[in-house]
Design a protein around this ligand. Structure first.
Ligand code: PEP
Ligand code: CO
Length: 462
């Protein structure tokens, strides 16, 4: 998001005449996963304030991203999307933001080098503050309270005051997202991503990793390649920066509605809370509020697809969300689990093929592989994450389709939340640095390891 230019192709108006749509037309549809706000006046007032605040992203950034996603649909770019399961207001700080950016940049470097193609970087950050939950309430010792739905909605503490859905949190979430964006943009503009300084990129624990030799070899290779190109072509300014786009689940619709605006010299509406919102697995009902909201915005949209997705539901979703088969508009993120991908992905690939529509296929190997240990701790096994991802490459290749990206939950911190990986974290290790309040994330070195494995795997698939 550092250096955007206006898109080169003039954006076309839709060919098909769509059903009428307004920023609030979702309100007439069943809205899953929405908190209950007990004071309509307070909610309206927060939305009115939000509507007047500056946007977090711009329409030209969104349109530029759509073009890059269109390239990815054609196999000319690979999408790396990653970040926390849920951001928290408390983690809106220097270290967490900088380390997350570092690990994503380093992974993208591994992918660029290994895949020999540009990588499109999208963070799950600057707005990933609202979470779908499996129940509406939580009961502890006979006391029942609303469930925690993410910092954008309520607080995690088990008290009536904290668990009340507070519309003022949307303003706080907007402010924290703006601070995150501001810092990310400044880091990128300030040369944080300068590939001439690979030493910036070496966080301490890489040194202790069994993969450090391979990693160092790769960084040397990249430096050598850069040196070679600069010898031929002179200094290449683009090495000094890395574009970054933002994404979050478009879950809390009052927030998304208030951030959806019209802009000068463009037709239609843009959700300016993030470049690339996605529809979660629990909110993709055809007639649901989330699909209704997303069909009317011009941002590129992703949909999470789980094992329960029916072929005709998927085909209809494509029709509703992308009636004009617009390049870059639609990304399908499958998250089937290591045991389910072989069974479910082939039929969905065939279903999309049958529509003749273009989509970008992305694998989320995290959300189908969450398990609870005997002691109640949620974890994911690195071996399962790896296997689902490897199967995804193979299944797409066998079907004449292409896996165009990955969607990961990760952090730049040295946490111990997922089992296994090069250092083979055990159940006993999980107690050491388990920080996530929601889903378990890959830590820094597990993330880099996965990037290296993607490169190895895609070499074999080609
Ligand atoms: C998520 O990405 O954090 C999430 C809740 O995913 P899904 O909708 O795929 O379960
Ligand atoms: Co998650």
């Amino acid at each position: 998001m550092a250096s955007f230019e206006a898109p080169s192709r003039a954006p076309l108006r839709p060919v098909k005449e769509a059903r009428p749509w307004q920023t609030d037309s979702w309100q007439a549809h069943p809205a899953a996963q929405m908190p209950h706000y007990d004071d309509a006046v307070e909610l309206q007032s927060a939305m009115d304030k939000l509507r007047k605040l500056p946007p977090l992203v711009t329409s030209w950034e969104i349109l530029a991203l759509k073009e890059l996603l269109a390239d990815a649909q054609q196999g000319k770019r690979f999408l790396l999307q990653g970040g926390d399961c849920a951001e928290t207001f408390a983690d809106c700080n220097n270290e967490v933001i900088a380390n997350r950016l570092k690990v994503l940049l380093q992974m993208s470097l591994v992918l660029v080098h290994g895949l020999r193609m540009p990588v499109l970087r999208v963070g799950r950050f600057a707005g990933q503050y609202a979470k779908p939950r499996s129940t509406d309430t939580e009961t502890i010792d006979g006391v029942t309270l609303p469930v925690y739905r993410g910092d954008l909605v309520n607080g995690p503490e088990f008290t009536p005051a904290a668990r009340r859905a507070d519309p003022g949190r949307m303003l706080e979430g907007h402010a924290r997202s703006a601070m995150t964006m501001n810092f990310v943009r400044a880091l990128i503009d300030g040369g944080f991503a300068d590939l001439h300084h690979p030493e910036y990129w070496n966080l301490a624990w890489v040194e202790r990793s069994p993969l450090s030799a391979e990693y160092r070899h790769m960084v040397d290779g990249i430096s050598g390649a850069m040196h070679f190109m600069e010898t031929l072509a002179g200094p290449i300014a683009n090495f000094q920066r890395a574009d970054f786009y933002t994404s979050h689940e478009a879950l809390l619709l009052p927030y998304e509605q208030a951030m959806t605006r019209q802009v000068p010299r463009q037709w239609g509406w843009f959700d300016l809370s993030a470049h690339f919102p996605w529809i979660g697995m629990r909110t993709s009902a055809l007639d649901g509020a989330h699909v209704e909201f997303c069909r009317g915005i011009r941002n590129p949209i992703a949909i999470k697809i789980g094992p329960a997705m029916h072929v005709d539901q998927l085909q209809q979703l494509i029709d509703i969300l992308d009636p004009d088969d617009e390049p870059g508009r639609l990304t399908l993120v499958h998250r089937m689990g290591v045991g389910g991908i072989g069974q479910h992905l082939p039929r969905l690939i065939e279903a999309v093929k049958a529509t003749g529509r273009r989509v970008l296929w992305v694998c989320d190997p995290m959300h189908g592989n969450t398990e609870k240990l005997g002691n109640g701790v949620k974890t994911r096994r690195f071996a399962n994450i790896r296997s689902e991802l490897e199967q995804a490459f193979d299944i797409h290749a066998a079907a004449g389709s292409r896996l165009g990206g990955v969607h990961l939950e990760l952090t730049g911190e040295d946490v111990t939340e997922c089992l296994g990986g090069a250092r083979n974290l055990s159940e006993a290790d999980l107690g050491r640095a388990y920080k996530s309040t929601v889903d378990p994330r890959l830590n820094y070195e597990q993330s880099l390891e996965l990037a290296m494995l993607i490169v190895r795997k895609s070499d074999r698939v080609e």
